[in-house]
Design a binder for this molecule. Sequence first.
Ligand SMILES: [Zn+2]
Length: 385
Amino acid sequence: MKKLLQFIFAIIVLYVIVIFTLPQIIDTAINRVAQKAPYTVSKETQDLYNSLDFIADLHCDALLWKRNLNKENGRGQVDIPRLIEARVALQAFTIVSKVPWGINFKSNSTDSDLLKLQSFVSGRKPKTWWSPKNRALAQCDELKAFAKKSDGRFRVIYNADDFKKYLSDRKSNTAITAGFLGAEGLYPLMGDINNLDVLYDAGIRMMSAVHFQDNELGSSAHGESLGGLTDFGKEVVKVIEQKNIILDVAHCSPNLIDDVTAIYHKPFISSHTGVKGTCPSQRNLSDKHLKAIANSGGLIGIAIFEEAVCGLSAEATAQAMKYTADLVGVEHIALGTDNDGAVKTPYDIRGLNLLVEALLKVGFSHEDIRLIMGENVKRFLLEKW
Ligand SMILES: [Zn+2]
């Protein structure tokens, strides 16, 4: 009996050691930055950057890593203090709820689920270990808890009233920032459309059908089947439209984007992507799909990491933005960094001044840069909400 108790005690001690060390080690190794702050640009660029009233980022996965986002932790690419330092007004916090073992761009099996282990070693509650739905709800709760403990520096936006109040408050105080919740793949539905209301009620206002794996809704660009929307997926898209949730096609297979284009009647977006025109890859958008998003009145959030833009530099992102703007118009371009998305980035969120410098170099005007860095997102949300 005594030996059994000693064994159980040793297991508990080991688990506590693991949850306080391993997630930090993985987070540090996986969300790396090529160039650390401070980020220096010319006076002209910095003056322009400082004059941007509304900077917005359509995608980050910071909630996945079990970090206190109210603190600058010295790892990862974004948190609330760094958002404020970078003068970012709005950050989308997208929820990753299922990830395959051996994740890759080409083909991932449908059933594999690395987040079972990740939830366990992160010290998340047992109800999250097996359930993508509970993982999503836990991350929603965590963002709200960060807002509560932020001394008013951070708030979560759910609707037009919140957004307008925030814009008004921020006029007199730029030392505050805000976020809204998104779901990167609707694995949390677990095949039940009623769970869409559960996610909406938890605060999620942007949804994409899939991430790296096919699911009940349809096919990922990195999945096994490369098909389109299933009948269930079409039903879900209809409800997303009715509930006025932002529909995101990032990571969706080309056939799925075709199906969305055919059945969805409102503006839709790709929150974080590259474009085949400057970086041909399985995950990036073709000219046809860039035009489809623009024709819907939507936004194309260009990412900053190497695999999306074929370069680990601000210039590579600026080139993708220029290509897209020349094709569909600057009013459809936005930023979707994919910070903390298990990617290496050229700079952390404080390095967006480097991006502004690169945008000037590829020929964008000051007014274009205002639109790209956030005004397009502000306009889209004011019209949407
Ligand atoms: Zn992603």
